[in-house]
Design a protein around this ligand. Structure first.
Ligand code: MG
Length: 359
């Protein structure tokens, strides 16, 4: 079975109410990449930016990388990845070169699972058929204390066993007050993750981390920039709660440094930033060799398969940012999400919605 053509479509999915994470988010822009075969099968993968930023160069990178796999044997997955990698290398080892490669690699794996008539999770290892999810798309930096408490209580009522809040936008005192308010709203039994989105220094991460431990915070995510591996090692050594990093790290060599230097207690692997399903699985296996659990970042529709495939998968992040593009998007229930028992990822594109959201 060979790839006969590839198509990419740029979409713009508006956010119902804007929110502040690393920036203020107003729209999400997935680029859907569809691969077609000489035997009539097709499947999609995707990459994304937000607020329309740099969407044209990303689309150009996707198309440049994608055209190199026309004619490639679908099941020679390592050969396909190397082919994509060689083109992506000229575009960049980080950022769009890797994003473009990842989108095509995701589409290829979705296609392989469809061709084998199995769920992707099973093709990749099939460790289990459902995965725990935590609520991530809430408790943003710009929400008031009242809003945080209402949202947090609502997430608990929906059955989520864990919620993620953000820090690093307000003063330290205000951040701790916001954490205390969320703890009060969710009670003692719900896990709270805290994501700092890379804004602190090493010393303040340790000082704040010690305060946060008093509220039973489950993990401290990205307190400082990921390239500061020494700083991450110091924070991880100083705190009892786990430090989590990795979502913006590309390729296995980036993770090798984190693991070797004990700079993260849990590996957060983003299927886009790391370089697709192929590279995600390799990094997850490396993490296993270092006795580290793995969590996913974004891309529910692919990530739940990846976490379900491996023995060291800990959590799937639920982030329904572009669920409007699917006929029947991933739906967590009581903190779990089931792997769709159909060929591929099991989420089919809603063509009417795509026509409406096309950029
Ligand atoms: Mg994060």
């Amino acid at each position: 079975m060979k790839i006969s053509r590839v198509e990419s479509t740029v979409l713009s999915v508006p956010v119902e109410r804007s929110f502040v994470g690393s920036v203020e988010f107003k729209t999400f822009n997935p680029i859907v990449v569809e691969v077609f075969t000489d035997e009539g099968l097709s499947a999609h993968g995707l990459t994304m930016v937000f607020n329309g930023m740099n969407i044209k160069p990303l689309k150009a990178c996707v198309d440049a990388v994608a055209e190199t796999i026309v004619g490639v044997d679908v099941f020679r997955w390592a050969q396909a990845w190397e082919t994509l990698w060689k083109t992506a290398k000229r575009i960049g080892h980080n950022g769009f070169g890797v994003y473009a490669l990842a989108a095509v690699d995701m589409a290829l794996w979705n296609l392989r699972a469809k061709a084998l008539e199995m769920p992707l999770a099973k093709v990749l290892g099939g460790f289990r058929d459902e995965v725990p999810v935590y609520a991530s798309n809430y408790l943003w930096r710009d929400r008031t204390i009242d809003e945080l408490q209402k949202e947090a209580a609502d997430l608990v009522a929906q059955g989520f066993p864990a919620v993620k809040m953000r820090m690093g936008w307000k003063s330290h005192k205000e951040d701790i007050a916001r954490l205390a308010a969320i703890r009060e709203a969710v009670g003692p039994d719900i896990d709270i993750m805290v994501d700092v989105l890379w804004v602190w220094e090493t010393y303040e991460s340790i000082v704040m981390g010690r305060e946060m431990e008093k509220y039973g915070v489950y993990w401290l995510e990205d307190p400082i920039p990921s390239h500061n591996v020494d700083g991450l090692s110091q924070i991880a050594a100083a705190l009892d709660m786990p430090v989590v990093s990795g979502e913006d790290i590309s390729l296995k060599r980036g993770f090798r440094e984190l693991f070797e230097r004990k700079a993260t207690d849990i590996a957060m692997i983003d299927v886009q930033a790391v370089g697709g399903v192929t590279e995600w699985m390799k990094v997850a296996a490396m993490a296993e060799a270092y006795n580290l659990p793995v969590v996913s970042h974004l891309f529910d529709e692919f990530s739940l398969h990846l976490v379900a495939a491996i023995p060291n998968g800990l959590w799937t992040e639920h982030m329904p940012w572009w669920e409007a593009i699917y006929r029947d998007p991933p739906q967590p229930k009581n903190g779990w999400i089931k792997v769709p028992q159909v060929p591929g990822i099991g989420y089919e594109l809603d063509r009417d919605a795509m026509a409406r959201l096309r950029m």
